[in-house]
Design a protein around this ligand. Structure first.
Ligand code: GDP
Ligand code: IMO
Ligand code: MG
Length: 433
């Protein structure tokens, strides 16, 4: 049963892109199952730096097929741009990319509605990426979405699109005072997308199922993170899909018996972009120092990421939902110059101490972190490739995190490049790094 899920375990941006690039060397398929181009996944290799928003991070291994599952929302213009950019940089992936016929499309009115609704919320805005993600998933649930398969039969789409655009234009103009979207323009786009994207649209779920049956390796590429999950995250300050393990099954049309490993990617501290509770947030010079040192700025929007100490209460909750078989710890090197380093092991909530992650956002806002302090390490961990190279204090920090996360940390990342990776134990039997 060779499907391996690699999931964001915090609020996104844990370094999934680097880890998926490393782990996918021997993967037959790398599959995105949720989110859209709200994601920004960074891969750095000999050819430079690449930022992926929608294309899976397996593209640098020539034998790997990259697929976009039914749970993903696809902005066709963004996908086509990404394909073109990759081609310009020497990677033609036209034979190695497939898009599920069931994937929903992000339409121009979704992007407009995302931005108009955020603007209308003013100070209460969620801080979305403005890419149309929420409105596209809303339409999916309301059964007024457009799917990739609709492009294959574009003329029959027109009457439905007419009704959907009338409905959305009524909201755009009446509620938000925005500019209506032209049916003719959108339909012209659909025809262009049909031509250019048509060859990529396929019954992805069956193809992946057949590959698994044939004992091929499938790496499920997570986007976002557990605490941004629509159901389990810090609602309403979440994204509109399920980046957790259940989302991998639904978003790839794959039953759970195929999944043999669930890998949670954790940063050695925490970050968050956008609004919402963040108990360990550092609004002081330490937070600023980490942000500057680690260049914690969003890949998709360029916004500064909020920074805080590692939150083990949130981590335990993340493990509870996802059932990680392994953890990957990234960006350990960022903490090289900090002494002491702190770990939040509990919250004080209304005078009581708890290690449970509250479901209500108001309660989470009232939580005050309880910290355990650990000694910093005096020598660098940056670029280390063996556990023996880590200073004793750094190993103690990793050990303590492992205990609190509740599953083995099998990989430690000590820099953004592929080789800056410590394999503590073989993580994925069939996939070497
Ligand atoms: P993703 O969304 O989870 O793929 O993560 P992002 O790409 O948005 O952000 C992670 C950032 O950390 C990127 O700039 C990576 O190049 C970088 N990165 C990943 N792993 C490490 C690491 O171990 N050390 C350092 N210093 N940077 C890392
Ligand atoms: P990767 O895959 C970090 C956040 C946004 C906002 C909230 C809702 O790179 O880890 P949305 O546009 O999804 O409706 O915004 O979710 N968000 C992310 N934060 N990394 C991401 O993806 C994110 N994708 C969405 O900042 O707070
Ligand atoms: Mg990111």
């Amino acid at each position: 049963m060779p499907a391996y899920a690699v999931l964001g375990a915090q609020w996104g941006d844990e370094g999934k892109g680097k880890i998926i690039d490393v782990l996918s060397r021997d993967a037959d398929i790398v599959a995105r199952f949720s989110g859209g181009n709200n994601a920004g996944h960074t891969v750095i290799n000999e050819e430079g730096k690449f930022s992926f928003h929608i294309i899976p991070c397996g593209v640098f291994w020539p034998n790997t097929m990259n697929v976009i599952g039914n749970g993903v929302v696809v902005d066709p213009d963004v996908l086509l741009d990404e394909i073109d950019n990759l081609r310009e940089r020497g990677h033609d992936i036209s034979e190695r990319l497939l898009v599920s016929e069931r994937a929903h499309l992000i339409m121009p009115y979704h992007v407009a509605l995302d931005n108009l609704s955020e603007a209308a919320l003013g100070k209460e805005a969620l801080g979305t990426t403005g890419k149309g993600i929420g409105p596209t998933y809303s339409d999916k649930a309301a059964r007024t979405g457009i799917r990739a398969a609709d492009l294959l039969d574009v003329d029959s789409l027109l009457p439905r699109l007419d009704g959907i655009i009338k409905h959305n234009n009524a909201i755009i103009t009446t509620i938000y005072g925005g500019e209506p979207i032209s049916l003719d323009d959108v339909f012209a786009k659909c025809k262009e997308w049909a031509e250019r994207l048509g060859p990529f649209i396929a019954p992805v779920e069956r193809i992946v199922h057949d590959a698994l049956k044939a004992n091929k390796n499938v790496l499920l590429e997570g986007a976002q993170g557990a605490l941004l999950d629509l159901d389990h995250g810090t609602y309403p300050f979440v994204t509109s899909s399920n980046p957790t393990i259940g989302g991998a099954c639904v978003g790839m049309g794959m039953h759970p018996r195929f999944i043999s490993q669930i890998v949670g990617v954790f940063k050695a501290y925490c970050t968050r972009v956008g609004t919402g509770p963040f108990p360990t947030e550092l609004s002081d010079e330490t937070g600023e120092a980490i942000r500057e040192l680690a260049q914690e700025f969003g890949v998709t929007t360029g916004r500064p990421r909020r920074v805080g100490w590692f939150d083990a209460v949130a981590a335990k909750f993340s493990t509870q939902i996802n059932g990680y078989t392994s953890a990957v710890l990234t960006r350990l090197d960022v903490l090289d110059d900090f002494d002491p380093v702190k770990i939040c092991t509990g919250y004080e909530l209304d005078g009581e101490i708890t290690t449970d992650f509250p479901g209500g956002v108001a309660a989470l806002e009232r939580c005050k972190p309880i910290y355990e302090e650990m000694s910093g390490w005096s020598s660098p961990t940056a670029s280390a490739t063996t556990i023996e190279e880590l200073p004793r204090e750094a190993r103690e920090y990793v050990d303590r995190l492992q205990e609190l996360i509740g599953c083995p940390i099998d990989v430690i990342s000590t820099g953004p490049h592929r080789h800056e990776t410590i394999r503590v134990r073989p993580l994925i039997d069939a996939v070497s790094a």
